[in-house]
Write a protein that binds this ligand. Structure first.
Ligand code: NIG
Ligand code: FE
Length: 382
């Protein structure tokens, strides 16, 4: 087994709460895992050596919320929003129509291209949702395509009630035949709990059915309005409540006293020109926060975690350390993954060498391609 030593690391952010940052550090990778890390002077010998040249090293980003299986384009909707129109989620129907028309190969190629785009920007773990099929076969094939790209697949049949079906009939389908067809391809079940999408009772019913079928819950909650989504997520022990833009004091308390992560998606607020969620309020209350892209053609067509880190620092009152923590360790917590989102003996050797002396530069130098090298499972991606 070859061992790889990365030395000359100016600053190592480990994501391990026990020792989060090490200056003048080195890392040893073996068999796809981190074998050792610590001060450069104490590094053991290895078969090959890579010099980081004083750069900062961080764990690969964990993007715990993305909608990558879709076809079509919503540039016109974005332009209308930038001219003052509000985002309602209704544009999901445009993407559903295009996705249903597309062949499997087109959907798979497009999703793979987005995953590659993410990887080049340092994302080594990504969650992928269905939700633009909204028929048994279109949801099933969306998830089958997603399983070819990640282990973190999410059944989001409950994204919107499609045209031509009553809400009651659709909830029956989502909790019945569609769930049975999709569950073999999914780890997670998700619901868009929002006015105009699914209400509290429907959300409980759909998540409950998913959990019964062996899936784990996560929820699109409190994105556009203050609704019951966050409290339902906490009650049902969901891994994550995502968006969390409009929160009551009771919602913050519920998150703080549960194991549910609040996943913030600032790309959506950027791209819908909405007020950003208040990360400071959540962190100060003791809530675990994750950052993710929400990459989708409607509300947030970015694949860039560095962009989300920059937004979190500039717009959401997060310190650079809190933002990098949320984009790595927080994302892993939101996916209930112990093997990624941190660096230490036994963790997956997923890491990013930044062309910068510290992770703060991700926010300080927004829009600059600072990803120098990406290692995934110990392999350096060329
Ligand atoms: O997370 N809000 C629901 N779903 C996506 C957006 C979907 C779309 O507009 O196509 C989101 O923002
Ligand atoms: Fe989303």
């Amino acid at each position: 087994m070859t061992t790889t030593l990365i030395d000359g690391i100016g600053l190592l952010y480990t994501g391990d709460p026990a020792r989060e940052e090490i200056r003048d550090a080195a890392l040893v990778l073996e068999d796809g895992l981190v074998a050792w890390l610590g001060p450069a002077g104490r590094a053991p010998a290895a078969d090959r050596r890579i010099a980081a040249g004083g750069r900062c090293v961080i764990p690969g980003f964990v993007d715990s919320h993305a909608h990558l299986v879709f076809a079509g384009d919503r540039t016109a909707e974005f332009e209308a929003r930038m001219a003052g129109q509000a985002y309602t989620g209704g544009g999901i129907r445009t993407t559903v129509a295009a996705t249903r028309r597309a062949g499997d190969a087109e959907l798979a190629t497009r999703a793979a291209a987005l995953v590659a785009e993410m990887l080049a920007q340092g994302t080594t773990t990504v969650e992928i949702k269905s939700g633009y099929g909204l028929s048994v076969e279109d949801e099933r094939r969306s998830l089958e395509i997603a399983t070819g790209l990640t282990d973190e697949t999410t059944y989001l049949g409950a994204h919107l009630v499609p045209d031509g079906v009553t809400a009651d009939d659709y909830v029956r389908l989502v909790t019945g035949e569609m769930l049975a067809a999709c569950a073999p391809y999914a780890k997670w079940v998700d619901v868009f709990c929002e006015r105009g999408a699914f209400d509290g009772d429907q959300t409980r019913e759909i998540l409950g059915a998913g959990i019964k079928a062996g899936l784990l819950a996560r929820v699109h909650a409190n994105q556009l309005t203050e609704g019951p989504g966050v409290r339902i997520a906490c009650e049902l022990g969901a891994a994550s409540a995502d968006h969390c833009t409009h929160l009551s004091a009771a919602d913050v308390d519920a998150l703080a006293s549960s194991g549910t992560v609040a996943t913030l998606l600032p790309g959506a607020e950027f791209s819908t020109r909405s007020p950003y969620p208040d990360a400071r309020r959540l962190i100060d209350a003791g809530v675990t926060v994750a950052l993710a892209t929400d990459c989708n053609p409607g509300s947030s067509f970015t694949s860039s975690m560095p962009f989300c880190v920059a937004l979190a620092v500039r717009e959401m009152r997060m310190t650079p350390l809190e933002a990098i923590r949320a984009a790595t360790y927080g994302g892993a917590r939101a996916l209930r993954r112990a093997d990624v989102g941190w660096l230490g003996p036994g963790a997956r050797a997923d890491l990013v060498v930044l062309d910068a002396p510290s992770y703060t530069h991700l926010a300080y130098r927004p829009g600059v391609p600072l990803v120098h090298q990406v290692f995934q499972g110990g392999l350096l991606l060329e």
